[in-house]
Design a protein around this ligand. Sequence first.
Ligand code: NCD
Ligand code: ZN
Length: 340
Amino acid sequence: CAGIFPLHMKFTLRRPDDFHVHLRQDADLPAYAREAARRFARVLVMPNLAPPVIAAVDVDTYRKAILADAPGLEPLMAFKLLPRHTGAQLRALKDAGAIAGKVYPEGVTTNSEDGITDLRQIWPLMGVLEETGLVVCCHGEKPGVFSLDREERFLDEFAETASRFPGVRLVLEHVSTAAAVRAVRSLGPNVAATITLHHLEITLDDVVGGMLKPHLFCKPLAKRPEDREALREAAFSGDPKFFYGTDSAPHHKGKKECAAGCAGVYSMPVALEGLVDVFDRAGKLDRLEDFCASFGADFYGLPRTTETVSLEKASWIVPDVTDGVVPYRAGETMPWKLAR
Ligand code: NCD
Ligand code: ZN
């Protein structure tokens, strides 16, 4: 039921899903969760809290906290998948309602010090992952490698894993290179990828090519223009292997504007408005609903959402700071606005 109504300058689509979001915890959680609830029906919530979401009880506690703060938002739960997980623990996580385990390579991003160094370290768990139907979400970067090459150097172990275990679904999260897009395309139907809004828009030059822009610093780093082009092509192509995951990752202003700044772009305040803008300017609005409201649900085996959300062609200015965080596109004029 996607519809373009040029006379009213209104665009309506099924309420989308965000298959990769950081809602954080404690005092930070309510504002970030409500911001997500304004736009998305369901969000796959990343587990890199401190302490991390690892066990069934953590999933339960975190889900309840999200529901209490943002009724109306359906949290889809993920846990940090570690080589030391046992089959019994994975089955308990599944019973607690988790749908995915997230693999973090050691030290490459926020709260990943306990991560793995090689995806093969989770091979012993593949039997239980297949049996439970838990999806494996991969932050695809190889630790220790030069930062611009980390994603590409992860692709071999990712491809080997996906080919060896065709019964386990794997998502390569927030792809940032043409090489990753090619790899995902070449692998079987058990493989998909999420793409963020900011990786569709920026390159490394936007981060460090002129003045340093800490609020555009994220992992994986935005890369070359040809990489961005490949991501755009994938998002616009109608290929169901590619779907939306914002990787909205808020850090307080002071944690970004400092000598050792955290990685993460807070895109949630423009996560739908900006996406509509990108697809609109590319003349691809007809592909938007599948990208953000169909393909991800299909891959995860969830029913597609039924409610709708509308945006109207009306300009507004993104705040400089919101809830203590400098959002993506802060201070910029957005052409599309969420309709009430
Ligand atoms: C994320 C965060 O801050 O939690 N940061 C980021 O740069 N994307 C973690 C992640 O997804 O890598
Ligand atoms: Zn993330």
